[in-house]
Design a protein around this ligand. Structure first.
Ligand SMILES: Cc1cc2nc3c(=O)[nH]c(=O)nc-3n(C[C@H](O)[C@H](O)[C@H](O)COP(=O)(O)OP(=O)(O)OC[C@H]3O[C@@H](n4cnc5c(N)ncnc54)[C@H](O)[C@@H]3O)c2cc1C
Ligand code: SF4
Length: 487
């Protein structure tokens, strides 16, 4: 009751646009302890339910309030392998379901989380900057292959390595990390944060193999022969396209063609972006987080103008009655990239792209739409007379992902997909192929880092049980678990 919700300030826009570093200023310890003090230690902590990991939030809020940082870190790691990722990147469903949120601003849970882990890294790192490894107390002599090194694959790998298995992570990209490495921009999470956790995993014994595309340069049969279990964690990488007239013009790219080279430039692996937004009029189609990442990246390239299109209407500023606490609020949000500029356009549909004589995109044609819902089915009606043309030399498609790529490892293993196009799995995270398990976006469909980590942890428990007949590993989720909703 004594303190208001407070968050760290963001660096000023003109300053942060000159670099790619994270946007937040440090937060004073005293302010953080005030934020932790706002937690009511609820008898029924709904924050636990909102968090797929089941994070022990009131426990570590109280430990931070008391200044017991070491125990707070211990409690944080008890449920989350990588709080430094979620503390920076999670949309925080825990905060949306915080009981305080009924009539006040919720507890700043994510801020407490990231500060516990950052202090932990500062206090515990060796002289070479590595978090001490948590070594297994026993080795089983059994081998597990993890295909894909995003948060799901990394969580599964760390849990299984610590349980004593010999784990090899196969990653087709040239660096480890999945979307944490190639996708999420540096200004949301600097890659040194990922590298220091990978150093701990290597010290624990997890083996990483990059440029290892299972189903292409690594034969599926080789994996089945050499490993006792396989965990598929290849993500939902098939992007939704926009097959309208003019899609073939040069200058129209998928978000995931645009974002990874920007990461590579920051890593020093590429001298310059192959198709920078510098000086261009850019349109981003898709109003979600991936679109916002394209926006922040285009700002830093120095785009002339940027429009972000969204077919849905502008969300309300506050929860509507049909979207009550503690469900995830579908409200208008302003990310750091939105704060930096660009124009957001809602209720708009793109009809076609127009090109110049050289086959480059020069404009797009669009119109406003009105959303209608009939018998629960949503559709969009054109608003007559609302047609417009917008000049642009670059278009970025950020309309989500339709599921995992089928060609390659999935087809060669012969795994079955469900009616949503994701890999089918049993309650024990098994696919239809003997010894092959699945977790993360590959089984769930496009989701969030926190769900991917929770899936990786739960899948690891299932693999451990399958290999040894029993397991001590925690399993926060069942494969069919879903965010809280209203029926
Ligand atoms: C641009 C972007 C920004 C995002 N920002 C956020 C955010 O801020 N917060 C948030 O919570 N979520 C965010 N998400 C969603 C989040 O990143 C994903 O839900 C999460 O990374 C899924 O984890 P995963 O481990 O299942 O898969 P991924 O992270 O997609 O990793 C899968 C990995 O498997 C590899 N792979 C695939 N097939 C093979 C093969 N045959 N052999 C070897 N390797 C293979 C891929 O190369 C990839 O590296 C974002 C998504 C995108 C696209
Ligand atoms: S719901 Fe909010 S106030 Fe209650 S225990 Fe969780 S963080 Fe604290």
């Amino acid at each position: 009751m004594k303190y208001e919700r407070e968050l760290p300030s963001r660096r000023s826009v003109p300053v942060r646009l000159r670099d790619w570093k994270e946007v937040y200023e440090p937060f004073p310890t005293e302010s953080l302890q005030h934020q932790a003090a706002r937690c009511m230690d609820c008898g029924i902590p709904f924050c636990h339910v909102g968090c797929p990991l089941g994070n022990l939030i009131p426990e570590w809020n109280d430990l931070v309030y008391r200044g017991d940082w070491a125990d707070a870190l211990d409690r944080l790691h008890a449920t989350n392998n990588f709080p430094e990722f979620t503390g920076r990147l999670c949309p925080a469903p825990c905060e949306a379901s915080c009981v305080l949120g009924i009539n006040e601003e919720p507890v700043a849970i994510k801020q407490v989380e990231v500060n516990i882990i950052e202090r932990g890294f500062d206090a515990l790192t060796d002289a070479d900057g590595t978090l001490p490894p948590v070594m297994p107390s026993t080795t089983t002599g059994l081998k597990v292959a993890v295909v894909g090194s995003g948060p799901a694959g990394l969580a599964a790998a760390q849990q299984l390595t610590r349980a004593g298995h010999a784990v090899t992570v196969f990653e087709r990209a040239d660096r480890i990390g999945g979307l944490l490495r190639y996708g999420i921009p540096e200004f949301k999470m600097e890659k040194r944060v990922l590298d220091r956790r990978l150093a701990q995993m290597e010290a624990e014994g997890t083996e990483f193999r990059v440029n290892a595309n299972v189903g292409e340069n690594i034969a599926v049969k080789e994996l089945q022969r050499d490993f006792d279990a396989i965990v598929l964690a290849g993500g939902a990488t098939a992007a939704r396209d926009l097959p309208i007239p003019g899609r073939e013009f040069t200058g129209i790219y998928q978000a995931m063609e645009f974002l990874p080279p920007a990461n590579k430039v920051q890593a020093g692996d590429l001298a310059e972006h192959p198709f920078s937004a510098a000086g261009k009029h850019v349109v981003i189609i898709g109003g979600g987080d991936t679109g916002a990442d394209c926006l922040g990246t285009s700002h830093r390239h120095g785009a002339a103008t940027i429009h972000q299109f969204e077919i849905m209407p502008r969300p309300p500023d506050a929860r509507p009655d049909a979207n009550p606490w503690p469900t995830w609020p579908m409200i208008y949000r302003t990310s750091s990239a939105h704060e930096e500029g660009g124009e957001r356009v809602f209720s708009v549909n793109t009809e076609c792209f127009l090109g110049d004589d050289d086959g480059n995109v020069r404009a797009l044609k669009a119109h406003e739409v009105e959303q209608t819902v009939t018998d629960g089915r949503m559709s969009f009606e054109k608003v007559e007379g609302s047609d417009f043309e917008l000049p642009c030399e670059m278009v970025l498609l950020a309309m989500g992902f339709v599921g995992p790529q089928r060609a390659g490892v999935l087809e060669q293993l012969g795994v079955e997909l469900n009616d949503r196009g994701n890999v089918s799995r049993t309650s024990e995270w098994r696919t239809n192929v003997d010894g092959v398990f699945v977790c993360g976006d590959m089984g769930r469909g496009q989701s969030l880092i926190v769900w991917a980590i929770a899936e990786g942890r739960s899948c690891a428990a299932a693999v451990d049980r399958a290999l040894l007949g029993e397991t001590d590993l925690p399993s926060p989720l069942t494969p069919d678990a879903a965010p809280m909703g209203v029926r």
